[in-house]
Design a protein around this ligand. Sequence first.
Ligand code: SF4
Ligand code: SF4
Ligand code: FES
Length: 238
Amino acid sequence: MSDFLTVRVWRGDEQGGFQTFEVPRLESQTVLDVVSHIQRQLDPTLAYRFACRVGMCGSCAMTVNGKARWTCRTHVAKVAADGNLELAPLAHLPVVRDLVTDMSAFFDKWARARGQFHPTATRKDPFARIRPDSAQRINADAGIECIGCGVCYASCDVVQWRPDYLGPAALNRAWTLVNDERDGAQAERLRAVAGDAGCHACHTHLSCTERCPKHISPTAGIAGLKRAAMKAALRGDL
Ligand code: SF4
Ligand code: SF4
Ligand code: FES
């Protein structure tokens, strides 16, 4: 086995191309370690994003050998056993430069899906008591650990076909709030996600669920939204 990795890295904007670097191979090396080595030792002009390095902030996602992944917790040995790595920006988002994408559209869709909490109580009211074993609490818990990395969004074919589709992360966020008994914007949220570009556009391809590094299933949440939207429509609430 060679002591070096051959790393092809996207440079420039959408019209850019790949540049090849040789990076020393190390034990327990992550893909983010490789990118940092290139930027610190070989080319300080390389643009990329990260913050926490421990899988919490969601900022380090890239396309690694053709698949969207978080890079701080992806070991090179797992994805490039033959020593070849190809790194590109996340798909389905505009490229700012090199490995950095513009996430504005991704987060704007969270807002369009009414992904903000709308409280019904004031700080003077007692804490809400939500039973840990209630079905709604279990549904909300299943999606709440999303770190906003965009891996699901970059893996979803429907986002590619129709750019107005809200996408798996925004819909997963909406589903956690639909199950939040304290929230007061339920009808408004269901109207926002029930439109043509909302939950009914999902083709259940499951790529989001297969790729989510936090083991969340946006697909299950979207199915829940479809059921909730249908019930609301039958009640005449939409
Ligand atoms: S299940 Fe739906 S949201 Fe997830 S990747 Fe497939 S089409 Fe996209
Ligand atoms: S659902 Fe998973 S893949 Fe999608 S943004 Fe959240 S953590 Fe990332
Ligand atoms: S650097 Fe924060 S999740 Fe990877």
